[in-house]
Ligand binder design. Structure first.
Ligand code: ASP
Length: 321
């Protein structure tokens, strides 16, 4: 029987009603008590890493999750991380950079309704996550509503429905139906994981709107070492008001700038229009192409944890994990 470690971090799945809305309060042991059938799938141990709404999680928590997996890596066949859905896509991306080439499954899951709720999705998601941790592919993945999504490709696209996550610019890896796993894409076999232990949280995200003021971009460029700019369409910057000069000065000051798009699908392509091509051809900026914004943000944090050198950063940024 496979031996799986569950790392509990909170989220709706673990939440109780407080009178002012749901808040995590149910422990990992109690969660497992609601789904005894998991005990027939595998041997489980749990660690309660934290019990927080995922709005409260950030780089320091991602490092704790990665460290817990590293410390217990040899004793287990796979890992299930229970997590709030709101920032799960960021955590999945961050863990994908912190734990690379992992031959064992690291599965994030959670729910839109708490585990005690009639008709909850918690029990299905949790059972599917353990099933995938026993039989699925290595690496970081989200298992939710019967879908298996690569950790760097997930985005929360529904705020209430059970089908909370989509796989962006990449197919779903597998489906789980009635406890049967249909694995469409495998992540390949790897010998051993590489763990990283640094992230630099000095990364900001600016979503442009028509009429965005240059001062906002300048403020962010001043206050962060890395900046992701979500432009329109295939990407670019407004040509009024000195936006270009702000980005030029930031890039010259050694800030890492990533240009991406706020369009949900198909990614950026900066050189199509002058608003992006001018920037790409004349400045040291990076481009996210088909990456999700969640992944671009977390990859930038991971890169800034290692280097400020543009050439090295460029190599790391464009090397898929
Ligand atoms: N607010 C919750 C969280 O992200 C939502 C959820 O888990 O579905 O922690």
């Amino acid at each position: 029987m496979k031996h799986i470690l569950m790392l509990a971090t909170g989220g709706t799945i673990a939440s109780k009603e407080t009178g002012q809305g749901l808040a995590p309060a149910i422990t990992s042991r109690e969660i497992l008590g609601y789904v005894p059938a998991i005990g027939e799938l595998c041997r489980v141990e749990t660690i309660q890493l934290m019990n927080l709404d995922s709005s409260n999680l950030g780089p320091s928590h991602w490092l704790r999750m990665a460290r817990a997996i590293e410390e217990h890596y040899d004793q287990y066949d796979g890992f299930v991380v229970t997590h709030g859905t709101d920032t799960m896509a960021y955590t999945a991306a961050a863990l994908s950079y912190l734990i690379q080439d992992c031959p064992k499954p690291i599965v994030l899951t959670g729910a839109q309704k708490p585990i005690w709720y009639d008709g909850t999705d918690s029990k299905r998601n949790l059972t599917d996550a353990f099933l995938y941790a026993c039989r699925g592919c290595g690496g970081v993945q989200i298992v939710f509503n019967g879908k298996v999504i690569l950790g760097t490709r997930a985005r929360k696209t529904f705020s209430k429905s059970f089908q909370a996550f989509s796989s962006v610019n990449y197919p779903e890896l597998a489906l789980i139906q009635d406890e049967r796993l249909l694995q469409y894409i495998t992540t390949g076999s790897r010998p051993a994981p590489r763990f990283y232990d640094a992230l630099d949280g000095s990364v900001g995200l600016l979503k442009l709107i028509p009429g965005t003021r240059r001062e906002l971009l300048a403020f962010m460029a001043d206050h962060y070492d890395g900046l992701v700019i979500e432009g329109f369409g295939v990407g670019g910057l407004p040509e009024y008001d000195g936006f270009y000069d702000v980005v030029r000065q930031a890039a010259e000051a050694g800030k890492l700038i990533v240009m991406t798009t706020q369009v949900p699908n198909e990614g950026s392509d900066l050189t199509v229009y002058h608003v992006g091509g001018h920037l790409k051809h004349t400045l040291q900026v990076l481009e996210a192409y088909d990456m999700t914004t969640e992944s671009a943000v977390c990859k930038l944090m991971w890169i800034l944890g290692q280097t400020r050198d543009f050439a090295q950063a460029e190599k790391l940024f464009y090397t898929p994990v």
